[in-house]
Write a protein that binds this ligand. Structure first.
Ligand code: NAD
Length: 319
């Protein structure tokens, strides 16, 4: 069979949407994309971007990663239940002081980001092993490698994803199945906006003033600067995913933003863990002006890079 069935979760927006469209429009027609989403009422933007690939190389199906039945039903509709490539992309974020989060909110993050992946893998891995082929591509994060201030539970969910995949990859290899973790840094998608919307209605009543100041006064401003200085587009991340999916020998890990590689290297350079912890502490609490100045410089370089690439094509004028 010439094409591969690629099942992707979380395709109503962001990276999932960009990747689904990119694969469906593959010039070599290597893929049939099963682009899934939790809420089918949100399929409009994907349908629009998919254009004439819709119902040809791309079909849209419902799938909620928090529901085992939903995962099973979706896979059951695929001919021979043959998923050649699974892209576990659906995810949610959570930022802020721990005192602001309800247990339910934290459980949801783990349920979507970690157990969502486990449900998908349980459904497709046995048949991949039987066929002795398959590829599981997982949207992790650079925060699956390195913790970040006020991202405690989100990082924990991505660390769980990394530990799960690192363990499973050994068994998978024995059966000719590949597992790959994609580790983006910041990506400019609805993810960021959803986080800021949540912060706007956050209850800070249980948080001490100093922690609140660090979060609201420092973290929030810094986070916005980081996204605008270093943020990739979902299309850029999708391009990395396409390389990984198309590779003859797929890598186990792929960082999509080289700016972050030194941070993860620090961690592996010092098994005591002191080096990255003190480097981050100094950067955030002692040299924050230098940090902000570097971000401004990076932002300007990004702006110049985009300017030099030329203006984006204008949408056609309305009739
Ligand atoms: P996004 O919010 O645009 O996309 C996330 C998608 O997951 C949405 O379509 C959402 O509806 C879907 N989703 C949420 N809960 C779901 C559920 N229960 N079942 C099915 N789908 C569900 O954000 P994005 O940036 O495109 O995020 C995609 C992935 O990339 C996530 O796993 C995220 O953790 C990861 N990531 C994002 C960034 C970033 O800065 N945006 C950085 C690193 C990693």
């Amino acid at each position: 069979m010439a094409y591969k069935n690629v099942l992707i979760t979380g395709c109503s927006s962001g990276i999932g949407l960009a990747l689904a469209v990119r694969l469906a429009k593959d010039e070599l027609k290597r893929f049939k994309v099963i682009a899934t989403m939790r809420d089918m009422a949100k399929k409009g933007p994907l349908e629009e971007k998919a254009g004439e690939t819709l119902e040809k190389t791309l079909q849209i199906l419902p799938l909620d990663v928090t529901c085992e039945d939903s995962v099973r039903q979706c896979v059951a509709t695929i001919p021979d239940q043959r998923v050649d490539v699974l892209v576990s992309n659906a995810g949610v974020g959570l930022i802020g002081p721990l005192e602001c989060h309800s247990m339910a909110a934290m459980q949801r993050v783990l349920d979507v980001n970690f157990l969502g992946l486990v449900r998908l893998v349980r459904e497709v891995f046995p048949s991949m092993k039987r066929r002795r082929q398959g590829h599981i591509v997982v949207m992790s994060s650079i925060l699956g490698q390195q913790g970040l201030l006020f991202n405690d539970v989100y990082c924990a969910s991505k660390f769980a994803v990394e530990g799960f995949c690192e363990s499973l990859a050994l068994q998978a290899l024995k059966f000719g199945v590949n597992i790959s973790l994609l580790e983006p840094g910041p990506v400019v998608t609805e993810f960021e906006k959803k986080l800021y919307d949540e912060v706007a209605s956050m209850d800070f009543s249980k948080v001490d003033p100093e922690t609140r100041d660090i979060f609201q006064g420092f973290y929030m401003a810094y986070s916005k600067d980081v996204f605008s200085a270093l943020g990739q587009t979902p299309e850029e991340v999708a391009e990395h995913a396409v390389q990984v999916i198309g590779a003859a020998r797929p890598p186990f890990r792929c960082q999509t933003n080289s700016v972050y590689t030194p941070l993860t290297t620090l961690k592996h350079a010092d098994p005591s863990g002191r080096l990255p912890l003190s480097a981050f502490h100094q950067l955030v609490f002692q040299h924050d002006r230098l940090f902000r100045a570097s971000l401004s410089l990076l932002k300007m370089l990004q702006w110049r890079k985009r300017r030099d690439l030329g203006p984006l094509p204008r949408p056609p004028a309305p009739p």
